[in-house]
Design a protein around this ligand. Structure first.
Ligand SMILES: Cc1ncc(C[n+]2csc(CCOP(=O)(O)OP(=O)(O)O)c2C)c(N)n1
Ligand SMILES: [Mg+2]
Length: 586
């Protein structure tokens, strides 16, 4: 193709379309109108208007997590851009590639505090992989091209592009196809033969080796390779919170999850008792390892595989640190193991396969409650039983999210959407909507508490306006439950600002505070109040049948002492040994 003449804004819109971008999520304002206009006039990209820019950023992030592609959100200058910051931070903490585009004051006025001028590039820098301003519209081609490459190569992450309104209108000549064809190969670091050999030797010495699967396994689209490696080595797999959906939770080699909150007791036990762990694409976050001295006790050997060398040795010293794309590491190790055919010490006879299914069941937490108000554990169980294996579930932060991480089984990659690093309340609705837009044929549910729904409530209108048939599964205890629990446990029951209930005749007079059903209906989203276990599945069925967004407000037991249990000493050995753990008896 020959060079064509277009404005910088047109160039960016067309570049994104050529890269496969199908949607933008955001709120327009004067300073970004040239770009919006180009999207409308020149592309087939669909624009979703949200009710708060933060939700737009969460949608871009959720789209990326669900698909592995780049999500794009757009806001105007000033408050539009600053409303993106929590979204950028949430994506950055979990290495999610997305592009956030903001309008900006004219170049000549920058630095003079004119209307809606905000130093968004500087503000976003610490929470993005890169943050750029288009100071010269004639360089728009290099600008967008570099941004795309930055977001999508190496350890990926969000990139912010700030576009002064006058620079968006600058005319340039460009051959877009040639520009895209000039993309350099994404050469990821890969484990050396020596790394693989050393890994092999450590495995051979180990009596109780374990694979830890982190979020990087999803980011590298390497879940099939993980399965192949585990099956070849015949050793257990434990996931981190971010790795929840990297290994089928009903696989014979699945041992559970590790962590001080997002854990299963069997997962923690397996890791604590291991003499060798291989961390695949995780970063040893504090919520995963807990007290590092306990985690590394008894001379545990640690192999840490990460694409980013800055992660190695950052929090947990590694016996062997390997800078590698996790997928190529796993492929190489699987091949080496196959060809060497030497038995790993801990592996059972080659024809006997390890099966942890019964052991996993023995350690399962209790979920078959019948008492009312509804227990969160049973509510989540009903939900899991109802949903398809490949359904998306997105989360906010709170007891409901922690229970979900402890109890919810996942089977398919990129289905369990979680802000692992940031723990952002208000995040899940946007993520669930974006996943549903990406895969309309699959179910998409936002599991969240009432406090969290209060932080995304306005965007029920986005689901209604654009008819995005997500299910909002709100576990309402009329509390900021997780924080309330901490006040009870660690602050001598001195509670402050954690009860959200109030009695009001306009809110159903039930002392539950917001009447979410009524509120949702005010925005065009059908809602149902659920107070009995038997109502959960039929209501979910009605939600699916409706083909529309649907809210289930499930009134759950507000007693935080009966709510989620987590490691009581901040370490992985703080779990309770018992066969059917019933924390309500504590
Ligand atoms: C944006 C944001 N603000 C504050 C917090 C701190 N925080 C974590 S959990 C929580 C309470 C969540 O309440 P709710 O959504 O009702 O969930 P519950 O714990 O009651 O299940 C709070 C305030 C947070 N994670 N994110
Ligand atoms: Mg709550």
């Amino acid at each position: 193709m020959a060079k064509e003449r277009m404005t910088a804004a047109e160039l960016m819109a067309r570049y994104l379309e050529k890269r496969g971008v199908k949607h933008i999520y955001g709120v327009p304002g004067a300073a970004i109108l040239p770009f919006y206009d180009a999207i409308r006039e020149l592309t087939a990209i669909e624009s979703y208007v949200v009710r708060h820019e933060q939700t737009g950023a969460f949608m871009a992030d959720g789209y990326s997590r669900a698909t592995g592609e780049v999500g794009v959100c757009v806001a105007t200058s000033g408050p539009g851009g600053t409303n993106f910051l929590t979204g950028l931070y949430s994506a950055w903490m979990d290495s999610i590639p997305m592009i956030a585009i903001t309008g900006q004051q004219k170049n000549s006025l920058i630095g003079t505090m004119q209307f809606q001028e905000a130093p968004i590039v500087e503000m976003a820098k610490p929470v993005t992989k890169a943050s750029y301003r288009l100071t010269d519209g004639s360089k728009a081609a290099e600008f967008i091209h570099e941004a795309w490459i930055t977001a999508t190569t190496g350890r990926r992450g969000p990139v912010l592009l700030d576009l002064p309104v006058d620079q968006q209108k600058v005319e340039v000549e460009v051959d877009l196809d040639a520009l895209i064809a000039s993309t350099p190969a994404n050469n990821l670091p890969s484990a050396s033969d020596e790394d693989i050999h050393k890994t092999f030797l450590l495995l051979k010495e180990a009596k109780r080796p374990v694979l830890i699967s982190g979020g990087g396994v999803n980011l590298a689209n390497a879940t099939a390779e993980l399965k192949a490696l585990a099956e070849e080595l015949q050793i257990p797999v434990v996931t981190t919170g971010m790795g929840m959906d990297t290994f089928p939770n009903d696989h014979p080699l699945f041992a559970g999850r590790m962590g001080t909150m997002l854990d299963t007791p069997f997962g923690n036990k397996t890791v604590i008792e291991a003499d060798l762990v291989i961390n695949l694409g995780g970063r040893f976050a504090d919520r995963s390892t807990g007290n590092v001295a306990v985690f590394t006790q008894n001379g545990k050997k640690i192999i840490h595989v990460n694409i980013d060398n800055k992660e190695l040795g950052k929090t947990v010293p590694a016996t062997l640190g390997v800078v590698s794309d996790v997928k190529s590491f796993m492929v190489k190790l699987t091949e080496a193991h196959k060809s060497l055919k030497a038995a790993v010490a801990a592996a059972v006879e080659t024809d006997v396969k390890l099966d942890l299914t019964e052991e996993r069941k023995k350690w399962a937490r209790k979920t078959d409650y019948t008492t009312l108000p509804i227990r969160q554990e049973r509510a989540l169980r009903e939900l899991r039983e109802f949903l398809d294996r490949d359904a998306f579930v997105s989360h906010d932060c709170g007891i409901s999210q922690i229970w979900s991480c402890q109890l919810f089984e996942t089977y398919e990659p990129r289905t369990y959407l979680l802000t692992g690093g940031a723990g952002t309340m208000g995040w899940g609705l946007g993520a669930a909507m974006a996943a549903k837009l990406a895969y309309p044929e699959r179910q998409s549910v936002n599991i969240l508490g009432d406090g969290s729904l209060g932080m995304s409530l306005q965007d029920l209108a986005t689901a209604a306006k654009h008819n995005i048939p997500v299910i909002i599964f709100c576990l309402n205890n009329s509390l900021l439950g997780l924080i309330r629990q901490q006040q009870n446990w660690f602050y001598g029951e001195r509670r402050i600002s954690t009860d959200l209930n109030y009695i009001n005749e306009l809110c159903d007079n039930t002392d539950r505070g917001i009447d979410f059903v009524k509120t949702a209906e005010g925005m065009g989203v059908r809602g149902e109040l659920i107070t009995h276990y038997d109502d959960i599945k039929p209501a979910l069925q009605r939600a699916v049948n409706s083909g529309k967004p649907y809210l289930l407000e499930v009134i759950v037991d507000p007693d935080p002492e009966k709510a989620c249990e987590f490691s009581n000493n901040g370490a992985l050995n703080g779990f309770t040994y018992s066969s059917q753990i019933d924390f309500s008896k504590q």
